[in-house]
Design a protein around this ligand. Sequence first.
Ligand SMILES: Cc1ncc(COP(=O)(O)O)c(C=O)c1O
Length: 390
Amino acid sequence: MKLADRMSRISVSGTMLVSEKTIQLRERGIDVVDFGAGEPDFSTPENVKQAGIRAIQGNFTRYTAIGGIRELRSAIVDQHARDFESRYDISECIVNVGGKHSIFNLCSALVNEGDDVLIPTPYWVSFGDIAHYVGARTVWIPTREDDGFRLTAKMLEAAITPKSRLLIVNSPCNPSGAVIDDEEFERIAALCLKNDIWLLSDECYSKFLYDGRKPYSIASRPEFRSHVVIAGSLSKTYAMTGWRIGYVLGPRDVVSAVQKLQSHSTSNPTSISQKAALEAVTGSQDSVQRMLAEYAKRRTFVVERLRAIAGVHCEMPGGAFYAYPNIAASFERGIESSMDFAVKLLEKEYVAVVPGSAFGTRDHIRISYATSMELLDNGLTRMARFIESL
Ligand SMILES: Cc1ncc(COP(=O)(O)O)c(C=O)c1O
């Protein structure tokens, strides 16, 4: 079949094989513990669900403004200003169909064919494929495990090429949980400014920080505004993955370009979801704190259990809801790769994890702790047994 050339630039996600096998096992009635899912196990908060129901009952079911209703854009801008002291005007905000769509739109609006897009590894799976789809070349910036996988300005400086156009930063990071220090973030932004490189900050997990650390946004620093674009998402913060609401904050011309693109593709994000999102952003934030407290307990539990397994090394993630243990010791005991580890763990002990190869590193697997303590306990017992059996 003749498909467009651009389709050959992207591949199906490296997580696919494990998730397909998980489905097959479950169809056979097997009890699989799934640590693969990158989404909260909590339900959408009740006040948010009710706002969605009210929107349907009030017939708020027609097209809206392409970039989202004014009240929602205004609420997002206000929330960002409250949280981070950013100063965006409503014309510098657009609502998209999830954070992934925000990143896709931004790459389409900012990157030319043949440009270089800089991406620290390990990285979230879609960054590279989106960059390739828009015709860019990816320049990977390996981070150091013994420094918690944090990007530094020094690493960026060494990676910059004459064609560098965009740097994508995700802090806290999926999959490693790495959090860039605030001052380092500013050094990174200063380098972007100096080299005329866009800095796309994916703030999907910005509220998921531990040990009392305060959320940070590079948008709090006005001197970098001309080169900073923010991609935000309500998916994880408010357990709203299925509602599909994300947003862009950035210079007016960028937002206008994203709006133009959106007008010819998705049009407005779902009207009902926008009303639910408005409640999420303006209503009580108690549910966010409750979920964070639960994730914090799970993080400690998971990392301690992983560290207790001989041959497993695990950095303490500073944010998000993933652990990224190093399982390279198993390569000396018959395991060929992180994918081989994930497949065998699934086949032998029925535990699903994502191989690090999907995120650009060789020696790791990703465990999502957005799942109950009971399942974490059960799955980690099985995983320890698997490793001991090698
Ligand atoms: C790092 C990162 N960015 C963005 C997203 C996009 O989330 P959504 O499209 O659901 O808003 C995700 C989702 O997994 C993610 O992990």
